[in-house]
Design a protein around this ligand. Structure first.
Ligand code: 13P
Length: 289
Protein backbone atom coordinates (compact mmCIF):
# COMPACT_ATOMS: atom_id res chain seq x y z
CA UNK A 1 0.00 0.00 0.00
CA UNK A 2 1.57 3.27 -1.15
CA UNK A 3 1.83 6.23 1.22
CA UNK A 4 0.96 8.63 -1.62
CA UNK A 5 -2.10 10.77 -1.01
CA UNK A 6 -4.41 12.84 -3.17
CA UNK A 7 -3.67 16.58 -3.03
CA UNK A 8 -7.32 17.39 -2.18
CA UNK A 9 -7.07 17.55 1.61
CA UNK A 10 -3.75 19.41 1.69
CA UNK A 11 -5.08 22.04 -0.71
CA UNK A 12 -8.38 22.50 1.13
CA UNK A 13 -6.40 23.05 4.34
CA UNK A 14 -4.09 25.48 2.53
CA UNK A 15 -7.05 27.47 1.18
CA UNK A 16 -8.65 27.64 4.63
CA UNK A 17 -5.32 28.47 6.30
CA UNK A 18 -4.23 31.06 3.70
CA UNK A 19 -0.93 29.43 2.77
CA UNK A 20 0.37 27.71 -0.35
CA UNK A 21 1.47 24.12 -0.93
CA UNK A 22 4.54 23.79 -3.15
CA UNK A 23 4.60 21.65 -6.25
CA UNK A 24 8.26 20.91 -6.85
CA UNK A 25 9.04 19.13 -10.09
CA UNK A 26 11.35 16.11 -9.96
CA UNK A 27 13.76 14.77 -12.56
CA UNK A 28 15.60 11.86 -10.95
CA UNK A 29 16.14 9.92 -7.74
CA UNK A 30 18.49 12.45 -6.13
CA UNK A 31 16.09 15.32 -6.82
CA UNK A 32 13.19 13.36 -5.32
CA UNK A 33 15.20 12.48 -2.21
CA UNK A 34 16.22 16.14 -1.74
CA UNK A 35 12.59 17.34 -1.93
CA UNK A 36 11.15 14.60 0.29
CA UNK A 37 13.76 14.94 3.04
CA UNK A 38 13.27 18.73 3.10
CA UNK A 39 9.48 18.36 3.33
CA UNK A 40 9.85 15.88 6.19
CA UNK A 41 12.37 18.07 8.00
CA UNK A 42 10.13 21.15 7.75
CA UNK A 43 6.89 19.24 8.37
CA UNK A 44 5.40 20.54 5.13
CA UNK A 45 2.99 18.77 2.78
CA UNK A 46 4.39 18.59 -0.74
CA UNK A 47 3.35 17.79 -4.30
CA UNK A 48 5.94 16.17 -6.55
CA UNK A 49 5.37 17.32 -10.13
CA UNK A 50 6.32 15.10 -13.07
CA UNK A 51 6.20 16.50 -16.59
CA UNK A 52 5.81 14.16 -19.57
CA UNK A 53 9.45 14.84 -20.46
CA UNK A 54 10.69 14.06 -16.95
CA UNK A 55 8.55 10.92 -16.88
CA UNK A 56 10.07 9.76 -20.16
CA UNK A 57 13.59 10.58 -18.90
CA UNK A 58 12.98 8.42 -15.82
CA UNK A 59 11.94 5.57 -18.22
CA UNK A 60 8.19 5.98 -17.71
CA UNK A 61 5.47 6.90 -15.21
CA UNK A 62 5.44 3.40 -13.72
CA UNK A 63 9.11 3.70 -12.77
CA UNK A 64 8.45 7.10 -11.20
CA UNK A 65 5.54 5.81 -9.11
CA UNK A 66 7.50 2.75 -7.98
CA UNK A 67 10.53 4.87 -7.06
CA UNK A 68 8.57 7.50 -5.16
CA UNK A 69 6.34 5.03 -3.31
CA UNK A 70 9.35 2.94 -2.27
CA UNK A 71 11.25 6.05 -1.19
CA UNK A 72 8.39 7.18 1.04
CA UNK A 73 8.73 3.87 2.86
CA UNK A 74 12.51 3.64 2.95
CA UNK A 75 12.91 7.23 4.18
CA UNK A 76 9.85 6.88 6.43
CA UNK A 77 8.26 10.05 5.07
CA UNK A 78 5.18 10.81 7.16
CA UNK A 79 4.16 14.24 5.76
CA UNK A 80 1.46 14.16 3.05
CA UNK A 81 3.00 13.65 -0.41
CA UNK A 82 1.08 13.68 -3.70
CA UNK A 83 2.61 12.43 -6.94
CA UNK A 84 1.21 14.68 -9.65
CA UNK A 85 1.33 14.65 -13.44
CA UNK A 86 2.29 18.16 -14.61
CA UNK A 87 0.65 19.54 -17.80
CA UNK A 88 -0.59 16.17 -19.04
CA UNK A 89 -2.34 15.41 -22.28
CA UNK A 90 -5.43 13.22 -21.99
CA UNK A 91 -3.35 10.13 -22.87
CA UNK A 92 -0.67 10.98 -20.32
CA UNK A 93 -3.40 11.46 -17.70
CA UNK A 94 -4.74 7.97 -18.41
CA UNK A 95 -1.20 6.52 -18.30
CA UNK A 96 -0.52 8.15 -14.91
CA UNK A 97 -3.83 6.96 -13.48
CA UNK A 98 -2.84 3.42 -14.55
CA UNK A 99 0.68 3.87 -13.15
CA UNK A 100 -0.66 4.73 -9.66
CA UNK A 101 -0.11 8.50 -9.50
CA UNK A 102 -2.23 10.11 -6.75
CA UNK A 103 -2.86 13.36 -8.62
CA UNK A 104 -3.30 14.39 -12.24
CA UNK A 105 -3.11 17.59 -14.20
CA UNK A 106 -4.97 17.52 -17.47
CA UNK A 107 -3.93 20.56 -19.46
CA UNK A 108 -6.52 21.10 -22.14
CA UNK A 109 -5.80 24.83 -22.37
CA UNK A 110 -4.48 24.61 -25.93
CA UNK A 111 -7.64 22.79 -27.11
CA UNK A 112 -10.90 24.45 -28.16
CA UNK A 113 -12.78 25.22 -24.92
CA UNK A 114 -15.55 22.66 -25.65
CA UNK A 115 -12.96 19.90 -26.00
CA UNK A 116 -11.11 20.98 -22.84
CA UNK A 117 -14.48 20.97 -21.04
CA UNK A 118 -15.48 17.51 -22.32
CA UNK A 119 -12.14 15.87 -21.55
CA UNK A 120 -11.92 17.50 -18.11
CA UNK A 121 -15.46 16.25 -17.39
CA UNK A 122 -14.47 12.66 -18.21
CA UNK A 123 -11.40 12.88 -15.98
CA UNK A 124 -13.33 14.46 -13.07
CA UNK A 125 -15.52 11.36 -13.01
CA UNK A 126 -12.61 8.90 -13.23
CA UNK A 127 -10.54 10.70 -10.59
CA UNK A 128 -13.56 10.93 -8.26
CA UNK A 129 -14.12 7.19 -8.40
CA UNK A 130 -10.42 6.48 -7.77
CA UNK A 131 -9.93 9.13 -5.07
CA UNK A 132 -7.33 11.08 -7.07
CA UNK A 133 -7.00 14.83 -7.22
CA UNK A 134 -7.39 16.56 -10.57
CA UNK A 135 -6.00 19.88 -11.78
CA UNK A 136 -7.47 21.49 -14.89
CA UNK A 137 -6.22 24.50 -16.83
CA UNK A 138 -7.82 27.37 -18.68
CA UNK A 139 -5.96 30.09 -20.57
CA UNK A 140 -2.47 28.98 -21.54
CA UNK A 141 0.42 29.84 -19.22
CA UNK A 142 3.25 31.36 -21.21
CA UNK A 143 6.95 30.58 -21.43
CA UNK A 144 8.55 27.26 -22.20
CA UNK A 145 7.38 23.93 -20.83
CA UNK A 146 8.88 20.81 -22.39
CA UNK A 147 9.66 22.68 -25.61
CA UNK A 148 6.26 24.37 -25.94
CA UNK A 149 6.54 28.17 -25.86
CA UNK A 150 3.63 30.54 -25.15
CA UNK A 151 3.09 34.17 -24.07
CA UNK A 152 1.93 35.28 -20.58
CA UNK A 153 -1.80 35.02 -21.21
CA UNK A 154 -4.73 35.62 -18.93
CA UNK A 155 -7.59 33.18 -18.56
CA UNK A 156 -11.21 34.09 -19.25
CA UNK A 157 -12.93 34.16 -15.82
CA UNK A 158 -16.18 32.82 -17.37
CA UNK A 159 -14.37 29.77 -18.76
CA UNK A 160 -12.55 29.33 -15.44
CA UNK A 161 -15.94 29.33 -13.69
CA UNK A 162 -17.34 26.67 -16.05
CA UNK A 163 -14.35 24.34 -15.54
CA UNK A 164 -14.32 24.92 -11.76
CA UNK A 165 -18.02 23.99 -11.61
CA UNK A 166 -17.18 20.54 -12.98
CA UNK A 167 -15.76 19.67 -9.55
CA UNK A 168 -12.04 19.71 -10.30
CA UNK A 169 -9.82 19.66 -7.20
CA UNK A 170 -7.74 22.66 -8.31
CA UNK A 171 -7.59 25.03 -11.23
CA UNK A 172 -4.66 26.62 -13.06
CA UNK A 173 -5.69 29.87 -14.71
CA UNK A 174 -3.21 32.20 -16.39
CA UNK A 175 -2.82 35.61 -14.72
CA UNK A 176 0.18 36.79 -16.73
CA UNK A 177 2.50 34.18 -15.17
CA UNK A 178 4.96 32.34 -17.40
CA UNK A 179 7.16 29.27 -17.10
CA UNK A 180 10.91 29.66 -16.84
CA UNK A 181 12.88 32.84 -16.34
CA UNK A 182 10.79 36.05 -16.62
CA UNK A 183 11.83 38.66 -19.19
CA UNK A 184 13.13 41.95 -17.72
CA UNK A 185 10.09 43.85 -18.96
CA UNK A 186 7.54 41.41 -17.42
CA UNK A 187 4.74 43.61 -16.02
CA UNK A 188 3.94 41.33 -13.03
CA UNK A 189 0.91 39.26 -12.04
CA UNK A 190 -2.55 40.52 -13.00
CA UNK A 191 -4.28 40.67 -9.63
CA UNK A 192 -7.36 42.23 -11.24
CA UNK A 193 -7.76 39.07 -13.35
CA UNK A 194 -7.11 36.86 -10.31
CA UNK A 195 -9.87 38.68 -8.43
CA UNK A 196 -12.34 38.09 -11.29
CA UNK A 197 -11.34 34.44 -11.55
CA UNK A 198 -11.73 33.98 -7.79
CA UNK A 199 -15.19 35.53 -7.97
CA UNK A 200 -16.30 33.03 -10.65
CA UNK A 201 -14.71 29.85 -9.26
CA UNK A 202 -16.21 29.56 -5.78
CA UNK A 203 -13.91 27.76 -3.38
CA UNK A 204 -11.76 25.82 -5.82
CA UNK A 205 -8.07 26.09 -4.84
CA UNK A 206 -6.24 28.00 -7.57
CA UNK A 207 -2.79 27.09 -8.88
CA UNK A 208 -0.01 29.50 -9.77
CA UNK A 209 2.32 28.04 -12.37
CA UNK A 210 5.68 29.53 -13.27
CA UNK A 211 6.78 29.99 -9.63
CA UNK A 212 10.35 30.73 -10.70
CA UNK A 213 11.28 34.37 -10.39
CA UNK A 214 7.92 35.84 -9.34
CA UNK A 215 8.81 38.34 -6.59
CA UNK A 216 7.97 36.88 -3.16
CA UNK A 217 5.55 39.70 -2.33
CA UNK A 218 3.51 38.97 -5.47
CA UNK A 219 3.40 35.25 -4.65
CA UNK A 220 2.23 36.02 -1.11
CA UNK A 221 -0.45 38.39 -2.40
CA UNK A 222 -1.68 35.73 -4.86
CA UNK A 223 -1.85 33.22 -1.98
CA UNK A 224 -3.86 35.70 0.10
CA UNK A 225 -6.31 35.93 -2.84
CA UNK A 226 -6.99 32.19 -3.15
CA UNK A 227 -3.93 30.58 -4.74
CA UNK A 228 -3.26 27.38 -2.78
CA UNK A 229 -0.59 25.67 -4.87
CA UNK A 230 2.52 27.23 -6.39
CA UNK A 231 4.62 25.32 -8.93
CA UNK A 232 8.41 25.56 -9.00
CA UNK A 233 10.67 23.86 -11.49
CA UNK A 234 13.21 26.07 -13.29
CA UNK A 235 14.62 27.60 -10.11
CA UNK A 236 15.63 24.17 -8.79
CA UNK A 237 17.20 23.33 -12.15
CA UNK A 238 19.18 26.57 -12.11
CA UNK A 239 20.61 26.12 -8.60
CA UNK A 240 21.36 22.45 -9.26
CA UNK A 241 23.31 23.26 -12.42
CA UNK A 242 25.11 26.19 -10.83
CA UNK A 243 26.27 24.14 -7.82
CA UNK A 244 27.39 21.22 -10.01
CA UNK A 245 29.32 23.56 -12.31
CA UNK A 246 31.05 25.16 -9.32
CA UNK A 247 32.04 21.74 -7.94
CA UNK A 248 33.68 20.79 -11.24
CA UNK A 249 35.23 24.21 -11.90
CA UNK A 250 36.85 24.14 -8.47
CA UNK A 251 38.52 20.89 -9.53
CA UNK A 252 36.80 18.82 -6.81
CA UNK A 253 36.28 15.99 -9.30
CA UNK A 254 40.06 15.69 -9.51
CA UNK A 255 40.65 15.45 -5.75
CA UNK A 256 40.47 12.17 -3.82
CA UNK A 257 37.40 10.26 -5.01
CA UNK A 258 35.69 13.51 -6.04
CA UNK A 259 34.63 11.92 -9.33
CA UNK A 260 32.26 9.58 -7.44
CA UNK A 261 28.82 10.43 -8.95
CA UNK A 262 27.34 10.53 -5.46
CA UNK A 263 29.84 13.25 -4.58
CA UNK A 264 29.42 15.11 -7.87
CA UNK A 265 25.64 15.30 -7.43
CA UNK A 266 25.70 16.26 -3.73
CA UNK A 267 26.27 20.04 -4.04
CA UNK A 268 23.41 20.28 -6.57
CA UNK A 269 21.09 18.32 -4.31
CA UNK A 270 22.05 20.45 -1.29
CA UNK A 271 21.27 23.53 -3.41
CA UNK A 272 17.82 22.12 -4.25
CA UNK A 273 17.16 21.53 -0.54
CA UNK A 274 18.02 25.14 0.24
CA UNK A 275 15.83 26.41 -2.59
CA UNK A 276 12.90 24.22 -1.52
CA UNK A 277 13.26 25.47 2.08
CA UNK A 278 13.23 29.07 0.85
CA UNK A 279 10.07 28.42 -1.19
CA UNK A 280 8.27 26.64 1.66
CA UNK A 281 8.97 29.64 3.89
CA UNK A 282 7.61 32.11 1.32
CA UNK A 283 4.52 29.97 0.68
CA UNK A 284 3.92 29.62 4.45
CA UNK A 285 3.58 25.81 4.46
CA UNK A 286 6.31 25.05 7.03
CA UNK A 287 4.87 23.08 9.96
CA UNK A 288 1.48 22.58 8.24
CA UNK A 289 1.76 18.79 7.81
P1 13P B 1 8.81 27.29 -13.43
O1 13P B 1 9.64 26.36 -14.25
O2 13P B 1 8.73 28.64 -14.01
O3 13P B 1 9.21 27.28 -12.00
O4 13P B 1 7.30 26.74 -13.52
C1 13P B 1 7.01 25.45 -13.08
C2 13P B 1 5.63 25.06 -13.43
O5 13P B 1 4.74 25.86 -13.47
C3 13P B 1 5.39 23.65 -13.69
O6 13P B 1 4.11 23.41 -14.13
Amino acid sequence: MSRLVSAKEMLEKALAGHYGVAQININNLEWTKAVLTTAQELKAPVILGVSAGAGKYMTGFKTVEAMVSAMLDSLDITVPVALHLDHGTYDAAVACIKAGFSSIMFDGSSLPFEENFAKTTALVNTCDVLGLSLEAEVGAIGGEEDGVVGAGECADPEEAGKIAALGVTMLAAGIGNIHGVYPENWPGLRFDVLENIRAKTGNVPLVLHGGTGIPDEQVKKAISMGVSKVNVNTECQLVFTEATRKYIEEGNDLKGKGFDPRKVLKPGCDAIKEKVKEKFEVFGCVGKA
